[in-house]
Ligand binder design. Sequence first.
Ligand code: ZN
Length: 360
Amino acid sequence: MADDPTRQLEERARAARAEFDAAVSAATDAAALQALRDRFVGRKAGLVTALMKDLGQLPAEARKAAGASLNALKQAIEGALEERQAALAAGEREARLQAERVDVTLPGRPIPQGGRHPLTTVREDLEDIFVAMGYEVYDGPEVEDDYHCFEALNMPADHPARDMQDTFYLEGPGGLLLRTHTSATQIRYMVENERPPEVRIICPGKVYRRDDDITHSPMFQQIEGLVVGKGITLGDLKGTIEVFLHRLFGPQYPVRFRHSYFPYTEPSVEADLGCINCGGSGCRICKQTGWLEILGSGMVNPAVFEAVNRRLGRNAYDPEQVTGFAFGLGIDRVAMLRYGIDHIRLLYQSDLRFLEQFPR
Ligand SMILES: [Zn+2]
């Protein structure tokens, strides 16, 4: 019986089938499947292929049935390989879908948002206070000429006050320079606008001076105000400054006025605020005086109106008819006081570690 070639072939076919069945379910990728294909149904060395070649050794009457049986085996193996390949592909696809799954209920990733610079916050707060008092916010150029920055403000070329306001000069004709104060913009407002001689403006913006120390920067920011009209008095100036400082810092701080000197105002007064750090007992911030120098101001010098009239060629701001007051303060100074910043340069270094400490 063991020598019966038909039985032997059947035996080998069964063994091949069993081996294939065990291997196919263990195959987990395309390479393993290809190896099985080569081993069982490959044209050169496939086990089933070899069995088919051996059909010729069978007695003629057994060949047909054995051949049909081997063909069925070959087809079954090929079918199983294809099925297995399809199952693996489906599994891979499912795994990829799982991996790429988007959970739409997860919270979004926040996009980093910038904040307002502390100087911008302070400038807008200052503007809000004055706008609420009926002032117009007026912008002017940072590059100015001598007339608007000095001459019209009663600082002719040889005036000693110019030494305190030395600035940066542009090359070329026209004597252009970087403005040392936004008072230049107040002159522009009066010269460039055909208006009745009534003015109520604030001019915020960057100004430049040849200064550089712990509280002075070559560029800093100012806000200056100008009020012109009939019957404007020093009392109006004092009342305005008091209301402004109390709205800015709080009504609990006293305000005092000291006489001072500016070429463009007469009389000139400086306003001090009771120290917001020590409440008046004396500290490092107020240099032990209990007071903070906060603002310069005064009644507009008639010489300023006359300079504007000369430029206009008519008596638009008649010093016999109109009076006015002006004031100015540093936005940087207010920011440093409000936030306890001890070096002005911090405001201009764009260091995120510094800037992130401020409310957005
Ligand atoms: Zn103090």
